[in-house]
Ligand binder design. Structure first.
Ligand code: PMV
Length: 351
């Protein structure tokens, strides 16, 4: 019968790198030139919810993003679908009378509905949450038995940073050595309970879409910057070791120093690109740097991705509350400054 439909729903938060990935050694497989480390946000904020369904009555693969039909034609979607299908396992539900063999999965079509709980146009719409959620939901649907490491290497082929979003807490994307990417996977460094004093505040500086996509930006950096080789070979490997240590020991001064320095070096290699790429807005950096230096030890770390929005990681709730006061002082809600809103990691600190 063609009547049955099987569905699975998953929810995945986005992640923010504190040691950045920038530059690919293989554009097709999405293999990076250095390891990276990230913190995954809690699922209430900036997350994607994806439902996937399969039925013999579907005659093609389709996707809807935030309620609008979305083309799956892109190579990255096709690659993720193909990788998951090739790992599908026999599925049996005797109550419903459904039996799908490994072979049959190849000919069944899926419908995918995905929602972001944050404004997609705000320039925060990192594809990290999206691809991680898609791959995880499809894997559950098709009874894939492989571990999260393998799923992370599939999500990686959708969007590099997506491989780190399969884990809560802190994750490391290991660049790997193989040409086929089999060892370029993400692992969890610590779970979400390990360091739950931290409060993440995202200051939305501008809702404009970024001008240079990360794919184009990375390509141009790798082709034209002299600094990037130094960064990837000499700087990042040491920082990865130090950052892992800082996370393990919940050492905020080291965490903050490394995260800020790494964000600044990532934007320095962007400036060192021909033509130069400007992503970041430095007003918030000066504000945080001044404050951190006036205290005995740093209160807040900042990091910027390929856009102007600041991700601020406060050492605890008290520091987060003070940070918000400062942001509101420097950028009153209706000032001419472009800083328009704050996405708060913990809503209660606003009250
Ligand atoms: O995964 P992509 O192609 O969206 O690249 C992400 C790059 C940065 O966000 C700037 C850094 C990172 O490690 O997430």
């Amino acid at each position: 019968s063609k009547k049955w439909v099987l569905t699975v729903t998953a929810q995945t938060p986005t992640n923010i790198a504190v040691i950045k990935y920038w530059g690919k050694r293989d554009e097709n497989l999405i293999l990076p030139i250095n390891d990276s480390i990230s913190v995954t946000l809690d699922p209430e904020h900036l997350c994607t919810t994806t439902s996937v369904a399969v039925s013999p009555s579907f005659d093609q693969d389709c996707m809807w993003l935030n309620g609008k039909e979305f083309s799956l034609a892109g190579g990255r979607y096709q690659r993720c679908l193909k990788e998951i299908r090739s790992r599908a396992c026999d599925y049996v539900d005797e109550k419903k009378g459904i039996k799908i063999t490994k072979k049959e999965w190849e000919n069944l079509h899926v419908h995918i509905a995905s929602y972001n709980n944050f404004p997609t146009a705000a320039g925060l719409a990192s594809s990290a949450a999206g691809f991680a959620c898609l791959v995880f939901a499809l894997a559950k649907l098709m009874n894939v038995k492989d571990d999260l490491g393998t799923l992370s290497s599939i999500a990686r082929q959708g969007s590099g940073s997506a491989c780190r979003s399969l884990y809560g807490g802190f994750a490391k994307w290991i660049m790997g050595k193989n040409d086929n990417g089999s060892d370029s996977i993400a692992v969890q460094l610590a779970d979400e309970k390990h360091w739950d004093d931290l409060v993440i505040v995202i200051a939305v500086v501008s809702s404009r879409q970024k001008e240079t996509s990360s794919t184009t930006g990375m390509r141009e950096t790798v082709e034209t910057s002299m600094l990037i080789q130094h960064r990837a070979k000499e700087v990042v490997p040491k920082r990865i070791v130090e950052m892992e240590e800082a996370i393990k020991n919940r050492d905020f001064p080291s965490f903050s120093r490394l995260a800020c320095a790494d964000s600044n070096q990532f934007h320095a290699v962007c400036l060192d690109t021909l033509p130069p790429i400007f992503y970041m807005n430095d007003t918030i950096i000066s504000c945080v740097e001044k404050w951190n230096r006036s205290e005995e030890s740093p209160q807040v770390a900042y990091t910027f991705d390929a856009g102007p929005n600041a991700v601020l990681i406060a050492r605890n709730r008290k520091a987060a509350a003070l940070l918000l006061q400062r942001l509101l002082f420097f950028f009153p809600p209706h000032s001419d400054a472009d800083l328009s809103s704050y996405v708060i990691g913990d809503k209660s600190i606003l009250q």
